[in-house]
Design a protein around this ligand. Sequence first.
Ligand SMILES: O=C[C@H](O)COP(=O)(O)O
Length: 253
Amino acid sequence: MRQPLIAGNWKMNGSKAETVELLNGIKAGIDQITTSEVAVCPPFPFLYLAEDILQGTPIGHGAQDCSREENGAFTGQVSAAMLKDFGCTYVIVGHSERRLFNGETDAIIGRKYALAVEHGLTPILCVGETLEEREQGKTEEVVARHLDGVLESGGIDALAKGVIAYEPVWAIGTGVTATPEQAQEVHAFLRERVAKKSAEVAQGVRILYGGSMKPANASELMAQADIDGGLIGGAALKAGDFLAICKAGDANA
Ligand SMILES: O=C[C@H](O)COP(=O)(O)O
């Protein structure tokens, strides 16, 4: 059985004071969560707060990106090793906002993924199609390409050490969620694609859904056979909503 993972991607939100409040709010309710694994990904400057406040709790923390370089003269970048140093267990790679606004290619993302694994972090690889691509019937082609970027650079062994997040771009921050059937179809496709390399890895790898997941729709999404949790944006910024999604994960474990 795959343990549900509920991960909050806080994106570029919150002040220092708001981050402390949110971390404490999630911490205060974590005892109610019985089965799901829970993690939060604050902005880089607040990782030290997560490390400090979440210490001794089962709540993990991670970053939203890492450099594709090991170290050196790369102004403004943050390495996988630095994240490890701040107690991170996870790092998101290949989020569509980075593909779009930072021009990240599958090759760059594959390199980030490999460095994360090398430094003992669990990468959360985001894959997903735009609305235009979906309307052109290219959803499977696009998510396969995103997945293959990692399969080609790190192989199935690297993939086994990460988590996949299916995030249809048209559902991110729009309030338009994929229907459970639409999401399940893509999750099943991704798992089958992994199974072509290794049935065992396909069975074990967690595939999260992300895109306007909230307390009202989390349960029916996570009830799907191949949806193993959520990568939550907006709803992760309110402790009550985030914890409610974690509970929905418990109910569908
Ligand atoms: O990484 C998280 C996703 O981009 C989902 O964001 P959202 O829940 O605000 O739609």
